[in-house]
Design a protein around this ligand. Structure first.
Ligand code: SF4
Length: 404
């Protein structure tokens, strides 16, 4: 459920004093899924009857046009999200991965090349093609270890698929694996989450992402919620779940490096850190957003309109430079998600002013409320309490510079 990270509802970011450099991170969107999960508002379409090969050719064209306009640097991370990229058949996957390699040929020796996958969509042949094509990290959308919870959120896999898929990945030599889990699901209890955590931790993977369910507009869950027919856990249970999962991860030796992400040392998602640090990245594919040379762009969302647009040029829906004040607010909100926090040094390097000069009032208020604390490097980070109430902290910075 990582897909392309949502940046707290504000997808636009920019930097200012930083000289522009060739991007070193690439996001590519494959918008097809076997079915639509009940909570999903991502740009994804049910695979049946979709023009998959046309889409992959359009992507190839978009990559060609993009790197012609902005040649890439040495690539440090590639993230293929969706959708479910692993619904591609082995020959489609091979075509796609060779396109990526052709347009982005210069890879760092330690490149992180991640692909999202759903259990049940990765047989050994496909995993072998992925590995041959350079993929070295796979993130599986597992969500829970109870089949009744999985079917209740519209997932098509079951727990047997999870174990088989992970076994297949390891047999293919892919051992940098991550799984996504969810909490706050309809009918989920604290005990059920505890059970899922036990099963997940028995796998001993290097990385886990654990998200709370958000009821988004234009989803089946939103309709049910409005009719009062979505049996979500009580708020205090959801809080207990979050406390429980953090405790379980810590006991098992994982570092929580972001609000929803836990890793063994050295296995933090490098690609996501690009977003959180406000660095450049290419965004390719239907509905993808990218940030290159101080400009933010969003691509056309629909598959056919996207395919057609690439015949004429880059399939961009909008491209804009983000106002400086908004970029500063984003720096703080997105940066605070990472538990090491934000530093005044980096803020000054990007914007040429001190963090306190822009956000002194808000930072002071959050320190007094015990939601932020100072770091040894003179910056700010979420306190233990602030991790639990992150949204309250982030809300403090939305529009904080309006009219300044
Ligand atoms: S697999 Fe992911 S992208 Fe596809 S429908 Fe489910 S949540 Fe959405």
């Amino acid at each position: 459920m990582n897909h392309q990270l949502k940046l707290d509802g504000r997808e636009s970011r920019n930097s200012f004093n930083r000289p522009s450099t060739a991007p070193q991170a690439v996001y590519i969107h494959i918008p097809f899924c076997t079915n639509k999960c009940f909570y999903c508002d991502f740009n994804s379409y049910v695979l049946k009857d979709q023009p998959v090969m046309d889409y992959l050719r359009a992507l190839d064209r978009e990559m060609e046009l993009t790197v012609r306009e902005t040649p890439p640097g040495e690539i440090k991370s590639i993230f293929v999200g969706g959708g479910t990229p692993t619904v591609l058949k082995p020959d489609e996957m091979e075509f796609f991965l060779s396109s990526v390699r052709r347009h982005f040929p210069d890879w760092a020796a330690d490149i992180e090349f991640s692909m999202e996958a759903n259990p049940g969509t990765t047989d050994r042949d496909k995993l072998a093609v992925m590995k041959d094509g350079g993929v070295n990290r796979v993130s599986f959308g597992v969500q829970a270890f109870q089949n009744e919870l999985l079917s209740g959120i519209g997932r098509i896999h079951n727990t047997d698929d999870v174990f088989r898929s992970l076994e297949n990945a390891m047999a293919a030599g892919l051992d940098n694996l991550s799984i996504d889990l969810m909490f706050g699901l309809p009918n989920q209890t604290v005990e059920m989450l505890d059970y899922s955590m036990s099963r997940a931790l028995e796998l001993g993977l290097p990385h886990y992402s654990i998200y709370s369910l958000k009821v988004e507009e234009n989803t089946l869950f939103h309709t049910l919620y409005q009719k009062n027919q979505l049996p979500l856990p009580a708020e205090e249970d959801e809080l207990k779940m979050y406390l429980l999962l953090m405790e379980r991860m810590e006991q098992a030796g994982y570092k929580q490096y972001e609000i929803s992400n836990f890793a063994k040392p050295g296995y933090e998602s490098r690609h996501n850190i690009t977003y959180w640090r406000n660095e450049d990245y290419y965004g390719l594919g239907a509905g993808a957003h990218g940030y290159v040379n101080r400009c933010r762009h969003v691509n056309i969302k629909g598959v056919n309109p996207y395919n057609e647009a690439t015949q004429q040029g880059r399939p961009i829906l909008e491209r804009f430079e983000v106002p400086r004040e908004e970029a500063m607010e984003d720096f703080v909100m997105v940066g605070l998600r990472v538990l090491e926090g934000i530093s005044d040094d980096r803020f000054q390097r990007q914007f040429g002013v001190r963090l306190e000069d822009m956000f002194g009032e808000q930072l002071g208020k959050m320190l007094n409320a015990g939601l932020l604390e100072r770091t040894a490097a003179g910056g700010y980070r979420l306190s233990r309490k602030g991790i639990l109430f992150g949204n309250e902290v982030f809300a403090e910075f939305v529009g904080a510079l309006d009219g300044k």
